[in-house]
Write a protein that binds this ligand. Structure first.
Ligand SMILES: [Zn+2]
Length: 299
């Protein structure tokens, strides 16, 4: 297909303000991150496209906050054959799991991946913001289309009362991610009606975002789309697929099942294996490991 001509740059998020600070913009490239997710989950093209859009949308949710340390979990459950998709982001680190990532569907008539066919659209997008202190904040919204871009926009507008434009896209061909990323435009509190209308009109420009990301670097796209809107670049943050699971963390999880359950595991299975849903690493526990757990303080 379009090999060798793809523009390549590291995955990143470019943050800026436009219209004298009345709105903020995030422009993301997630090509390599999407490729990693596709490889980890041995996913079909449409599932890679779905995961790519989901990861891009979830990273957007996290980086627009002042609290960069928050963990963002986004869950889409739309009743489609792909099953539930769960994505976790912490700054630019993101990971994803999906129930049936091997399900393949033909592209839609316009050639785009049938993401809504895979995910379904009768269900919800749930967002959990965990700041590490106090109760996590949980927001939920009905899916609009199951294509994810509109669904994230609806979440911002209804659950967080922030009028937003979200465009997400990916081009995947036979397991290879040629481009992936997205753009978020958000009105700040007190944004004028005139600015809102200007930004609304601009939304049409983003309709071919996967193609634009394929051809040009983020800086060029920012320039093309926003140069006449008093654009001020703020920063650039790297994005990567990162799980962060470990044997030690799995051990703590195993410990949390309680003494009774552990004794049961010891007697029946003589050991345990825990496979991570996000990176498919298997953490193994021998009989001695479990005995050590039982011997330690179980509280
Ligand atoms: Zn993992």
């Amino acid at each position: 297909m379009m090999n060798n001509t793809a523009f390549d740059e590291n995955d990143a998020l470019l943050r800026m303000t436009v219209c004298g600070g009345e709105a903020r913009v995030a422009l993301l490239r997630t090509t390599h991150t999407a490729q990693r997710a596709g490889d980890v989950h041995n996913a079909s093209d449409v599932a890679i496209a779905a995961m790519s859009r989901m990861m891009t949308g979830t990273v957007m949710l996290g980086v627009m906050m002042k609290e960069q340390e928050a963990n963002i979990t986004a869950i889409v459950d739309g009743g489609g054959p792909g099953g539930r998709m769960t994505c976790v982001a912490h700054g630019g680190d993101v990971k994803i799991s999906m129930h049936n990532p091997q399900i393949a569907l033909p592209p839609k008539k316009d050639g785009s991946p049938d993401v809504s066919g895979l995910l379904g659209k009768d269900g919800t997008l749930t967002v959990i913001r965990d700041y590490g202190v106090g109760e996590p904040y949980i927001g939920k919204t009905e899916l609009v289309s199951g294509e994810l871009g509109e669904d994230f926009a609806s979440y911002y507008t209804h659950s967080e009362q922030t009028p937003s434009i979200v465009s997400l896209g990916a081009i995947v061909h036979e397991g290879v991610v040629l481009s992936a990323g997205g753009v978020l435009v958000q009105a700040m509190p007190g944004c004028s009606r005139q600015t809102l209308e200007t930004l609304d009109l601009r939304a049409m420009l983003f309709s071919g975002i996967s193609r634009d990301l394929f051809e040009d670097p983020l800086d060029d796209l920012a320039e093309r789309w926003f140069h006449d809107l008093d654009m001020v670049k703020l920063d650039r943050q790297p994005i990567r697929y990162y799980c962060g699971c470990s044997w030690e963390k799995a051990r703590r999880m195993l410990k949390s099942v309680g003494r009774e359950q552990l004794l049961d595991i010891l007697e029946k299975d003589h050991g345990a294996e825990m496979t991570c849903h996000f990176c498919h690493t298997t953490h193994k526990f021998t009989e001695d490991d479990i005995k050590a757990l039982l011997g330690s303080d179980m509280n």
